[in-house]
Design a binder for this molecule. Structure first.
Ligand code: NAP
Length: 325
C-alpha cells in the first residue's frame, strides 16, 4: 500500500491507465477520495508507447508515459489515493464489495473496473526488451516513426490487416508474418491488404526472435512447412495477435462476452449487471481502443458511480461504517 486504507472505501478504481486515472480525477473532484489500484502494468498501454500525437490538447505531441504521469498528478491533486500491485480477487456478491489487493482484503461501496486489455505478445527473445524501441503493439500510435522504413506485422486477423494497411502510409515495405497459410481477417480486409503493393505476406512463418541492441534491427524467422530459418533486416515489429482483457477475477460475477470483455448493461453507459460496479476503457471496448475514448469512458464510469453513491445515500465524506443497503 502506498496510501492508508479506509474501513470501507467510497470507491475503488481498478487500473491506472487512461480510463482509471480519468475516473480517479472525476471521483476525487466529487470528494470521494478514490483508491486507485495501479495494477501490474501501471499506467496501462500508454506507458508502453512513445510519442502520442492524437491526444487533444498537445499539438506538439506528448510521450505516453508523460501523459500518464500528468494524469496521475492531476488525480492526486484532488485527493486520489494509490495502491501498488494488482487486484487478485473480488467478491461482488454483497455490498460493500470485497477487493483483494495483492491478497489483502479491502471493502468498497462502489467499484470502477478499468483494468484494460493487454496486447497478446509472442513471447520470443528480444520482444519485450525492445518494446518502445521498434517493437510496438499500436500502429496508430507509432506508425509515423517508420517513414520510409521496413517493418514486420505479426498476425493474420483484422487487427493485423488494419495495422499493415495503416503502416503502408509511412513504411516503404510491410511484411505480414502469419503462422498459417490463410488469414483469419474478414474478406474485405484481406482484399484490401492483398491489393496493396507495399504489403508482402510470409505464410506458415513464425518470428522466433527480435534482433537488435538498443533498437530493432531485424527478426529471425522460421517457416514450419519448409523448415527454412532465416534473418530479415527490419526497423520495426508490430505485434497484432490479439488482446487479452484483464477480467479473469470477474469470472462468474460480471457479465462478459465470449472473448472475456465485460459487457455494459445499457449501450453507452458504464453500468454492469452488479449494481454499484461500473466499467470504463478497453476492458469493455474492443472497437475503438484509443486513449481518448478510454478517458471518456473512465469519466462516464466515475459520474455513474458518484450518482449511484448519492442515490443509495452514501454522501462523500461518510467513509467508514454502514453498508449501502
Ligand atoms: P484475432 O481475430 O483473434 O486474430 C489474431 C491473429 O493473431 C490470428 O490470425 C492468429 O492466428 C494470430 N495469433 C494469435 N496468437 C498468435 C501467436 N502466439 N503467434 C502468432 N500469431 C498468433 O484478433 P484481432 O485481429 O485483434 O481481432 C479481434 C477482434 O476485433 C476480431 O473479432 C476482429 O474482427 C475485430 N476487429 C475488427 C476490425 C475491423 O473490422 N476493422 C479491426 C480490428 C479488430 P490464427 O489465425 O492462426 O489463429
Amino acid at each position: 500500500m502506498t496510501d492508508s486504507p479506509r474501513a470501507v472505501e467510497n470507491v475503488i478504481i481498478l487500473g491506472s491507465g487512461c480510463a482509471g486515472l480519468t475516473a480517479a480525477i472525476y471521483a476525487a473532484r466529487a470528494n470521494l477520495e478514490p483508491l486507485v489500484v495501479m495494477g501490474v502494468e501501471a499506467g496501462g498501454q500508454l506507458s508502453l508507447t512513445t510519442e502520442v500525437e492524437n491526444y487533444p490538447g498537445f499539438p506538439e505531441g506528448i510521450l505516453g508515459p508523460e501523459l500518464i504521469d500528468r494524469m496521475r498528478r492531476q488525480a492526486e491533486r484532488f485527493g486520489s489515493r494509490f495502491a501498488a500491485g494488482d487486484a487478485t480477487a473480488v467478491d461482488l456478491s454483497a455490498s460493500p464489495f470485497v477487493v483483494e489487493i495483492e491478497g489483502e482484503p479491502h471493502r468498497a461501496r462502489a467499484l470502477i473496473v478499468c483494468s484494460g486489455a493487454s496486447a497478446r505478445m509472442m513471447d520470443v527473445p528480444g520482444e519485450r526488451r525492445l518494446v518502445g524501441h521498434g517493437v510496438s503493439t499500436c500502429a496508430t500510435c507509432d506508425g509515423a516513426f517508420f517513414r520510409d522504413q521496413e517493418v514486420v506485422v505479426v498476425g493474420g486477423g483484422d487487427s493485423a490487416m488494419e495495422e499493415a494497411l495503416f503502416l503502408t502510409r509511412f513504411a516503404r515495405r510491410v511484411h505480414v508474418v502469419h503462422r498459417r497459410d490463410e488469414l483469419r481477417a474478414s474478406k474485405i480486409m484481406q482484399e484490401r491488404a492483398f491489393a496493396n503493393e507495399k504489403i508482402e505476406f510470409l505464410w506458415n512463418t513464425h518470428v522466433t526472435e527480435v534482433l537488435g541492441g538498443s533498437q530493432v534491427e531485424g527478426v529471425r524467422l522460421w517457416n514450419h512447412e519448409t523448415g527454412e530459418r532465416w534473418e530479415m533486416k527490419v526497423d520495426g515489429v508490430f505485434v497484432a495477435i490479439g488482446h487479452i482483457p484483464n477480467t479473469a477475477i470477474f469470472e462468474n460475477q460480471l457479465e462478459m462476452d465470449a472473448q472475456g470483455y465485460l459487457v455494459p448493461q445499457n449501450p453507452g453507459r458504464s453500468l454492469t449487471n452488479v449494481e454499484g460496479v461500473f466499467i470504463g476503457g478497453d476492458v469493455h471496448d474492443h472497437t475503438y481502443r484509443q486513449a481518448i475514448t478510454a478517458a471518456g469512458a473512465g469519466c462516464k464510469a466515475a459520474i455513474d458511480a458518484e450518482r449511484y453513491l448519492e442515490r443509495v445515500g452514501e454522501a462523500p465524506g461518510r467513509v467508514a461504517g454502514a453498508s449501502t443497503k
